[in-house]
Ligand binder design. Sequence first.
Ligand code: MN3
Length: 200
Amino acid sequence: MAHTLPALTYAFDALEPHIDALTMQIHHDRHHQAYVDNLNKALAGTEGENKSLEELMAEMSKYPAAVRNNGGGHYNHTLFWEILGNNNSQPSAELAAAINSAFGSLDALKEKMSAAGATRFGSGWAWLIVKGGSLEVCSSPNQDNPLMDVAEVKGTPVLGIDVWEHAYYLHYQNKRPDYLKAIWNVINWDVVSKKYAAAI
Ligand code: MN3
């Protein structure tokens, strides 16, 4: 089964002014599409062709770099579109309690994750993961993610923030910290809460 680009469930301009429509359109229609196309190419005729994305992540050490980069890119962006939205949502009571227990407050979590994203040199992702039943913040290089067997920090991602320049450069240029501050206005906590409930 070939991998396919998931449709966005909201308009390109839905996250304005925090994430601009042109960035969303290029990011989804071109960058994510390229990860999907290149993943399908890399898997064609191999054993990995019939595996789910999650199965591929779990045994990534067996695959060439093209599968790691493009499979990670496909998984990460699929999650990224899901956890964004302009719906003024809040973490569920269950997730809020876990955030308070792990970080002290929601603001402290935001600070820690923004710092993880800001200090990730070059391209990568900042993550909120469930690990051993509790929440942790980490980051990964390139298109790696915490589901990969090759990841430095492993866990189940419930929230991921793309810190590649293509995610923010048109609107924020070199000011990655400004993007990392603004993105908290468009996190869909309903989806993050569901992912947390499923992960624990
Ligand atoms: Mn990206």
